[in-house]
Design a protein around this ligand. Structure first.
Ligand SMILES: *Cc1c(COP(=O)(O)O)cnc(C)c1O
Length: 233
């Protein structure tokens, strides 16, 4: 068994244990394998072990990887879902709209408009999450919590996008309680949007170091890189 396959099993176990600890159904938490900086062979290993959803931060790297996988294993490549999770530059929206199934890192209306306009007509609407600067860090991407409702409404009205929910990358925290607090805040924001009538089902939160805290607070997608593929160079 490859170490990637063993790591995947361990991460799936962590997800199951964290969900069961708070009486959630583990099937309600999906695992996004973050393959940034790792090559097509690593994705192939994970896919062979049953993983289907992959997260990427850099557009050109992701497109090269997708093409390499289509060349060696077209059927398997066709079964994979690609999620863009990195910062989005305006000049990259067309490639993202054409080559991804999900985008987690939408943090302004202008980018959302471009993605909607550029989503090809023969593909399903692009699933998007609004990224929230939940810890209020000066340097971090994301919409301020106070602006989330207005931006979410604007994005939900765009025809070729399907707004699914919220995403955040909280500041690192030392204690278990401190790790849970920002995830709880993101969940409350989602609850507020749903109470206002938006049809949302996704909380994209939790990475290798804090997925259990995120699951305890309601994560529906955890984005895990290091714990599956190892440390990035
Ligand atoms: C790299 C990255 C991850 C994965 O982080 P790990 O700590 O390696 O699990 C998750 N989300 C985003 C947005 C990332 O950029």
């Amino acid at each position: 068994m490859s170490s990637i396959s063993a790591n995947l099993q361990a991460v799936r176990r962590t997800i199951r244990d964290a969900a069961q600890a708070v009486s959630r159904n583990p099937d309600d938490v999906s695992l996004l394998a973050v393959s940034k900086t790792f090559g097509p062979d690593a994705v192939l290993d994970a896919a062979t072990a049953g993983q289907r959803a992959f997260g990427e931060n850099y557009v050109q790297e992701a497109l090269d990887k997708q093409a390499a996988l289509r060349a060696v294993r077209p059927e398997l490549a066709g079964a994979l879902a690609w999620h863009f999770i990195g910062p989005i530059q305006s000049n990259k929206t067309r490639s993202i709209a054409e080559h991804f199934d999900w985008v987690h890192s939408v943090d302004r209306e202008k980018i959302a408009r471009r993605l909607s306009e550029q989503r090809p007509a023969d593909l399903l609407p692009l699933n998007v999450c609004l990224q929230v600067n939940i810890s209020g860090e000066a340097t971090k991407a994301g919409v301020a919590p106070a602006d989330v409702a207005a931006v979410a409404r604007a994005i939900a009205a765009l025809p070729r996008l399907r707004l699914r929910g919220l995403m955040a990358i909280p500041a690192p925290a030392g204690t278990a309680d401190a790790r849970r607090a920002p995830f709880a805040a993101l969940r409350r924001l989602l609850d507020t949007l749903r109470a206002d009538g938006l049809d949302l089902d996704t909380l994209s939160m939790g990475m290798s170091a804090d997925l259990d805290a995120a699951i305890a607070e309601g994560a529906t997608i955890v984005r895990v890189g290091t714990a599956i593929f190892g440390r990035r160079a």
